[in-house]
Design a binder for this molecule. Structure first.
Ligand SMILES: *[C@@H]1O[C@H](CO)[C@@H](O)[C@H](O)[C@H]1NC(C)=O
Ligand SMILES: *[C@@H]1O[C@H](CO)[C@@H](O)[C@H](O)[C@H]1NC(C)=O
Ligand SMILES: *[C@@H]1O[C@H](CO)[C@@H](O)[C@H](O)[C@H]1NC(C)=O
Ligand SMILES: *[C@@H]1O[C@H](CO)[C@@H](O)[C@H](O)[C@H]1NC(C)=O
Ligand SMILES: *[C@@H]1O[C@H](CO)[C@@H](O)[C@H](O)[C@H]1NC(C)=O
Ligand SMILES: *[C@@H]1O[C@H](CO)[C@@H](O)[C@H](O)[C@H]1NC(C)=O
Ligand SMILES: *[C@@H]1O[C@H](CO)[C@@H](O)[C@H](O)[C@H]1NC(C)=O
Ligand SMILES: *[C@@H]1O[C@H](CO)[C@@H](O)[C@H](O)[C@H]1NC(C)=O
Length: 502
């Protein structure tokens, strides 16, 4: 997406997650945060490094090589992606000595106390108002050469970031293709990346796709909502449940079309604005929280994309702070997770594992429960059977999903089943087994309630509150009986195909 946001200042790089620490893993998809500084009211870099540490952010992207910023991250364990701005590409491409000097003065004195792992040379050059596209590869080569001279070329990877505008076509994803006008610099750049094992870097913004084409793109699809209807790629039959995957696969297919199928792809920016002009109705803290939370959950367990299932994809959230000096629409200045005073704009689940309050780091998940919803990849038949069972033998009050009731819309099986599953789950002690439904139920820490459709939470019944069975009372019920019910239900599911019914 050609984005105003992306052509402006951004900085910093990724962040490892709590979950990685707990699990003691060092592989897997990583979540970082971009630290853009196009603002006149931000805290000093030392304070920012403290904030980043407090929130256990381990990967940060910055957009230049500001010495105060680089110094601030010394000995913090944070891995830093530094940037060479487009305005420096001329000097970097012209003389090797310029780059050697820069490395000597701006990077080496602070390395490895500050753990710099990537240098991005140029940012979204195809969006640059000044045509610098012929400079970027020579500049990358000079940076690589300078690193080689000091023996750091294997520890610090050199790449360049792109907007989705490098593609001439991104839909359907299998038709993804690079704009041939850019072939003159892309081809040598991709070859450079293969040779030096650098990742292809792209900034992805489903927000702009939605904002610019709300009649063709559903908000649910842009926000990874399970209520979104699927988009099927007619060429491959691959099913897309969210736009992020579709955009990323368009990049994968474009790379495959040029026979660069082994390149790793990194998402160096993605996010959602928390505020916008009157016309930008989707730019709200709620949507920003939903997008970023779902994005993190989506990538953190190496789900991959439909075309690349199981692929590790590192993603940097844009951005750490709102940036008051950015030009353009109101939303451009409001992509932050934090206000300049370091208070959080909304709660973000940075771990993908539970809601951790971004301001306090406090665990709000443990105090307030989980919900059970229908899996978006369950088959219709399984979902229908499970729904029938929940509203029948399962004793769930399903009046709220009847026509004209608060949870009838969206009128989809997935949404109705989610409501019924959750009611059953809450009525039956919120145990794992009560969210099984033959594998079609999944637990979530995100409250699925919307508008007037209120999903039951532990201890309370939902919506029309016609039933007020509380967890505590039903938890007294026999566990054995519940297990039997669940077993019977699972049997009923697996018997269906055996008996050739339906
Ligand atoms: C940018 O410059 C390159 C080479 O200098 C040229 O081939 C290309 O057409 C230019 N692009 C635009 C959009 O002017
Ligand atoms: C390809 O890039 C050129 C140069 O920026 C642009 O004029 C053209 O519209 C692009 N083509 C497509 C299909 O996006
Ligand atoms: C929606 O898609 C149609 C068909 O692809 C296209 O003609 C139309 O311009 C799109 N509308 C918007 C607002 O992008
Ligand atoms: C991994 O991601 C998939 C798809 O988003 C989700 O359905 C699944 O529950 C996740 N698993 C874990 C352990 O978080
Ligand atoms: C959140 O709660 C879980 C489970 O109680 C605990 O393991 C984890 O350490 C807590 N996280 C934080 C940041 O306190
Ligand atoms: C969690 O529950 C407590 C007590 O019921 C409530 O005060 C608090 O606002 C809840 N927090 C969230 C994030 O829902
Ligand atoms: C849903 O997808 C995940 C990941 O691809 C898979 O592990 C799981 O078995 C699927 N669930 C169902 C019900 O098909
Ligand atoms: C449902 O519960 C809410 C709060 O628990 C209560 O205010 C409301 O009157 C109840 N509605 C009905 C129809 O019982």
């Amino acid at each position: 997406m050609a984005s105003l946001a992306s052509s402006m200042a951004r900085e910093l790089r990724i962040i490892p997650l709590l979950f990685l620490l707990f699990a003691g893993l060092c592989r897997g998809s990583k979540i970082g945060v971009c630290y853009g500084r196009n603002a006149d009211d931000l805290p000093i870099p030392d304070k920012v490094a403290q904030l980043v540490n407090l929130h256990q952010i381990k990967y940060v992207r910055i957009y230049d090589s500001n010495i105060q910023v680089i110094k601030a991250f010394a000995n913090t364990g944070v891995e830093l992606m530094v940037g060479v701005p487009n305005s420096d590409l001329l000097a970097f491409s012209q003389y090797q000595s310029n780059v050697d000097t820069w490395l000597k003065n701006s990077i080496l004195p602070y390395y490895p106390a500050t753990m710099i792992t990537y240098i991005t040379v140029g940012a979204e050059i195809t969006e640059s108002p000044v045509n610098v596209s012929s400079l970027v590869v020579p500049a990358m080569v000079n940076v690589q050469t300078a690193l080689k001279k000091v023996g750091l070329h294997k520890r610090i990877k050199v790449s360049s970031t792109h907007s989705l505008g490098v593609l001439s076509r991104s839909f359907p994803p299998s038709a993804g293709a690079f704009n041939s006008s850019y072939a003159f610099f892309l081809k040598p750049m991709l070859e450079f990346m293969v040779e030096n094992r650098s990742p292809f870097m792209v900034d992805l913004y489903p927000y702009y796709a939605y904002r610019d084409s709300p009649s063709n793109v559903s908000l649910n699809y842009a926000l990874f909502s399970p209520a979104s209807s699927d988009v099927i790629d007619p060429n491959t039959g691959l099913v897309y449940t969210n736009m992020f995957d579709a955009q990323l696969d368009a990049i994968f297919f474009a790379l495959m079309a040029l026979n660069f199928r082994t390149l790793k792809v990194m998402v160096t920016e993605s996010g959602w604005p928390n505020k916008g002009s009157a016309k930008e109705t989707a730019a709200t803290p709620d949507n920003a929280e939903t997008y970023n939370t779902n994005l993190i959950r989506h990538v953190i367990n190496d789900t991959g994309t439909p075309a690349k299932p199981g692929e590790e994809i590192d993603v940097y959230i844009f951005s750490l702070f709102n940036e008051n000096r950015k030009p353009g629409l109101e939303s451009e200045r409001n992509w932050g997770l934090f206000y300049p005073d370091q208070t959080s704009i909304y709660t973000l689940d940075l771990t993908g594992r539970g809601n951790v309050d971004v301001t306090t780091g406090a665990n709000i998940t443990s105090s307030n429960g989980t919900w059970c919803v229908a899996s978006s990849n369950a088959s219709e038949l399984d979902l229908q059977n499970a729904l029938n069972w929940a509203c029948g033998a399962g004793n769930v009050d399903c009046s709220a999903i009847q026509p004209s009731q608060p949870c009838y819309q969206p009128d989809t099986l997935l949404s109705h089943a989610s409501f019924a599953f959750n009611s059953y789950y809450q009525q039956n002690g919120a145990t794992d087994v009560a969210c099984s439904f033959g594998g079609t139920g999944v637990k979530t820490t995100k409250n699925p309630s919307y508008d007037k459709c209120i999903y039951a939470t532990s201890g309370k019944m939902s919506s029309g509150n016609s039933t007020t069975t509380s967890v505590s009372s039903s938890a007294h019920g026999s566990i054995l009986k519940k297990l039997m019910e669940v077993l019977l239900f699972m049997l009923s599911l697996s018997l269906v195909p055996l008996l050739g019914i339906a």
